[in-house]
Ligand binder design. Structure first.
Ligand code: 0HH
Length: 207
């Protein structure tokens, strides 16, 4: 039985999972939830929010829990406990940066954008450093095989580049990483589709 993903028609908190799906040939049926249908649906979801991921009678909310579940099942969580711990650590760092990004987008875009962009190098430096600690930054964030954190960070960087096109100029490893993941055959093909191109990043039109 295919998995099912329910989410709003935005990249948002489902996009890393969508990259995992296309890059690993997973069978996932996506149900797009429109704003008008949401109030009736909200109380029926596990935590009153989307995304929700269904695997048979298992219904999971919280995007990072979904990513971890899919990663465990499909070999995208490192090859041992040590790698898994590093993947978790780096994804949590990614989550901190993502939350600050979402705060800017949804709470203070007009008043906070300049300060946010000014502070971005401090946040990106942490990712540049950890990437460099694995094979000099030439491949993935952890180990020698792609893991779910590579997809979450690819998506985060993609959003940040749209917000501030030069933000990776001082971070050659992250820049190379973003280009490498974006050039993977299935990801590049998916990103060239109209369906991807017309999907807004966020729900309020800001990016
Ligand atoms: N920590 C949770 C996670 O990672 C946060 C989930 C969350 O904030 O899964 N969900 C939001 C939608 S993501 C939610 O369910 C933000 C994108 C909003 C786009 C909305 C576009 C609507 C256009 C049709 N929000 C609804 C709610 O809380 O009632």
């Amino acid at each position: 039985m295919p998995y099912k993903l329910q989410y709003f028609p935005v990249r948002g908190r489902a996009q890393a999972l969508r990259y995992i799906v296309v890059d690993n040939d997973l069978e996932v049926q996506e149900e797009v939830i429109n704003k008008i249908d949401w109030p009736a649906m909200k109380p029926k979801t596990p935590l009153g929010q989307l995304p929700v991921f269904h695997d048979g009678d298992l219904h999971i909310s919280q995007s990072n829990a979904i990513l971890r579940y899919v990663a465990r099942k499909h070999g995208l969580f490192g090859k041992n406990d040590k790698e898994a711990a590093l993947i978790d650590m780096i994804n949590d760092q990614q989550e901190d940066i993502r939350q600050a990004y979402m705060h800017l987008i949804y709470q203070e875009y007009d008043t906070g954008k300049d300060a946010y962009i000014k502070n971005l190098p401090t946040q990106l430096a942490t990712l540049e450093k950890v990437l460099g600690e694995n094979k000099g930054g030439a491949e993935f964030f952890v180990g020698d095989k792609i893991s779910f954190v590579d997809y979450t960070i690819f998506d985060l960087l993609d959003n940040l580049i749209i917000l501030s096109p030069t933000c990776l100029d001082g971070f050659p490893k992250l820049k190379g990483f973003h280009s490498r993941i974006g050039s993977r055959d299935k990801i590049a093909k998916y990103r060239a589709t109209d369906a991807f191109k017309k999907l807004p990043i966020n729900g309020n039109g800001k990016q």
